[in-house]
Design a protein around this ligand. Structure first.
Ligand SMILES: C[S@@+](CC[C@H](N)C(=O)[O-])C[C@H]1O[C@@H](n2cnc3c(N)ncnc32)[C@H](O)[C@@H]1O
Length: 348
């Protein structure tokens, strides 16, 4: 849980500016370190079952007791563990999200962001100074199969949490229908669509590494007959034609506006007349919730660091789709993915 100031501290930090709030940002960094360290040490699993004294837990996990106590006290202060009579157990929040929730993949989240903080974040200053990146994001991700899997699983987490809401807004005509999922990597969205529409056939276009996680998703859901994995570069490879629905989910934010338009043009050509393109992405601008707004802006900074990416506004996305000739452009808000919108547009 982020460090939570009480009413007096809130007044000091936020209302009267009596203390530098930067200290709370630093606390957020330290809190992240505490939780990701605890996750890597495997602390939350035993603490899910019963309360432990530090000594019992240190013995079980082969840790040095004094270090463990320091970590447990920090975790108690930020709401991940509860302590009573010198014994620790998971808090309700940690139990819910780190142990019981079927979709929240803490390992993928921490491992991906730890790697990004180690290898990419140190370049932030030089990237903002020069606009040049000394790395290619996907070469970096894909050079390590474990990192590539954590990356895809982290994206999959959003897909599992918000997928039902997304699918609800995407109808396809009855009969044999065809879907193309560009940059669909882990395959969750195409899988959910195929589960909803039994006659639908899907193609997922992504890099070889991106498709590795998708291959597992498709096999686990026994959809090998209906989902084709197409390895290729979305700019260089032909997308085919005659599709009813094309997904561009979390793809446009990696590029500038002109590149986005060129991808939408490719989608337009690959759709049947009357077919739909669906874009899922964060949308900047009128966002209700200051935490959501801050998260969008902070994520946009990561997109910029990684690959000159950005979060587009509603006007940008409407302009891009309109420029290509799409009509009936609609924005759908997603309750389970705050800050994200699903945009659908129809080929004339
Ligand atoms: C941010 S992820 C989005 C994954 C998925 N669509 C989702 O919404 O969760 C972007 C995906 O695009 C793929 N990708 C990026 N550049 C690509 C390219 N030039 N050609 C093919 N796939 C690419 C990545 O491998 C990754 O799976």
């Amino acid at each position: 849980m982020p460090v939570k100031p009480n009413i007096v501290e809130r007044a000091a930090f936020y209302t009267f500016d009596a203390a530098p709030s930067t200290i709370l940002d630093l606390a957020g960094l330290f809190a992240y370190q505490a939780v990701s360290t605890a996750n890597e040490l495997g602390l939350f699993q035993p603490l899910a079952k019963q309360p432990y004294s530090p000594q019992e837990l240190a013995d079980q996990l082969h840790l040095q007791e004094r270090g463990l106590v320091t970590l447990l006290e920090a975790l108690a202060a930020i709401g991940y563990v509860d302590v009573a009579n010198g014994r620790y157990k998971n808090s309700k929040m940690a139990q819910k999200w780190l142990i019981e929730d079927a979709h929240f993949d803490a390992e993928a989240l921490f491992c991906f962001w730890n790697a990004a903080s180690r290898d990419l974040s140190p370049h932030m200053v030089e990237v903002i100074r020069s606009g040049e990146r000394p790395f290619d994001f996907y070469e970096w991700v894909e050079a390590d199969p474990a990192l590539s899997d954590w990356y895809q699983r982290m994206l999959m987490m959003n897909a599992k949490m918000g997928g039902a809401d997304v699918v609800k807004h995407l109808s396809v005509p009855t009969g044999n229908t065809r879907l193309l999922d560009v940059g669909g990597g882990h395959g969750t969205y195409t899988t959910l669509m195929c589960q909803k529409y039994p006659l639908l056939h899907g193609t997922i276009l992504d890099s070889y590494a991106g498709l590795e996680t998708g291959r597992q998703t498709v096999a686990q859901n026994n959809l090998q007959e209906r989902i084709t994995l197409q390895k290729g570069d979305m700019f260089e490879s032909a997308w085919g034609e005659g599709f009813d629905l094309i997904l561009l989910f979390n793809v446009l934010h990696q590029f500038d506006l002109d590149t986005g338009v060129s991808l939408l043009e490719k989608a337009y050509s690959a759709l049947k007349p009357g077919g739909k393109v669906a874009v899922l992405d964060q949308v900047a601008g009128k966002v209700s919730g200051s935490a959501t707004n801050a998260l969008i802006r902070l994520v946009a900074m990561q997109y910029y660091l990684f690959a000159d990416g950005r979060v587009f506004s509603r006007d940008d996305l409407t302009h891009m789709a309109g420029k290509v000739g799409f009509g009936t452009i609609q924005f759908h808000n997603l309750r389970n993915l705050p800050g994200n919108s699903l945009i659908t547009a129809v080929r004339q």
